[in-house]
Design a protein around this ligand. Structure first.
Ligand code: G
Ligand code: G
Ligand code: MN
Ligand code: NA
Length: 253
């Protein structure tokens, strides 16, 4: 509880930071986007990863204020890159509680307007669990987001309980295969089979497929061969501050 109060104070004091992890095209290995990941630059404890403070935030209203900050910062940074001539789509993780607010979609649209950012350069990531909490409401909200031109990804795909029957009804653009299926897929025929199935489903629904948690080259090569569109993981690049990532755009985007 003390940490939560401190987090709320920290958000208002400007202590949150965003790191960006690039996504690479599986075949050409060009940068094709980045995922915004929050950190807390704590005055005493140093740079804290989200695992340390997000679960607490998610159990309270602090997640709403945190997500407002993340969205504003990510849209601002993406607009700076856009104005500098780098069209890098940036994705933001949205928690279920954020999407459940009536103000979620208008807030996001107002930010795009404020920063004059083309909607195609913003993407939102939602977990299956977030969709399943209130499937009809979530589908309506995601449809409104997509109608504005913002793209939608299902994050950590395969770890939740989305019935495959629900998937064609969901207004989404992308599936991100959870890293638990990707890591060490080359030692497990079962994991490789799951990945092939997700790719087949994604193809049939005309969705982009992303593999997360790509930690070595044999895995990257196998995923490219299997038909995954985009790769994300430590083998390709770490989450990093905006200025570090920007130096790579001059080479690849
Ligand atoms: O960066 P790291 O691997 O430690 O992230 C851990 C988890 O925190 C991931 O599941 C990621 O989706 C989540 N996460 C990171 N940034 C955000 C954010 O801004 N909002 C939400 N809701 N989740 C985030
Ligand atoms: O749940 P979500 O997909 O949003 O979380 C992304 C998280 O995955 C971030 O915390 C990021 O630091 C982490 N991550 C990114 N690449 C890798 C990787 O190659 N291996 C592992 N173990 N984690 C990764
Ligand atoms: Mn994510
Ligand atoms: Na994920």
């Amino acid at each position: 509880l003390r940490q939560l109060t401190e987090l709320r104070t920290g958000i208002r004091a400007g202590h949150l930071r965003l790191h960006y992890q690039p996504l690479y095209r599986a075949r050409s290995r060009e940068i094709d986007g980045a995922e915004a990941l929050v950190r807390w630059q704590h005055p005493q404890r140093g740079m804290l990863p989200p695992g340390v403070f997000l679960p607490d935030a998610e159990r309270s209203d602090v997640i709403l204020e945190l997500t407002d900050w993340v969205l504003a910062e990510a849209v601002h940074q993406t607009a700076l890159w856009h104005r500098a001539g780098f069209d890098v789509p940036v994705s933001v993780n949205l928690s279920a509680a954020y999407l459940a607010q009536d103000r979620a979609v208008p807030t996001i649209l107002a930010l795009l307007d404020l920063e004059r950012l083309p909607a195609r350069l913003l993407m939102v990531e939602i977990t299956e669990t977030a969709v399943l909490t209130r499937p009809d409401q979530a589908a309506a909200r995601l449809a409104a987001i997509r109608a504005a031109g913002i793209r939608v990804a299902i994050d950590d795909f395969g770890t939740g309980y989305t019935s495959l029957g629900l998937l064609p009804e969901l207004p989404i653009d992308e599936l991100k295969i959870d890293r638990s299926f990707v890591m060490r897929m080359h030692d497990s025929p079962a994991r490789a089979t799951i990945i092939d199935s997700v790719i087949a489903i994604a193809r049939s629904l005309d969705l982009t497929v992303v593999a997360e948690g790509v930690e070595d080259e044999p895995t990257a090569a196998a995923l490219a061969e299997a038909g995954v569109d985009l790769l994300q993981g430590y083998h390709l690049d770490r989450p990093q501050p905006a200025d570090q990532l920007e130096s790579k755009f001059t080479q690849s985007s």
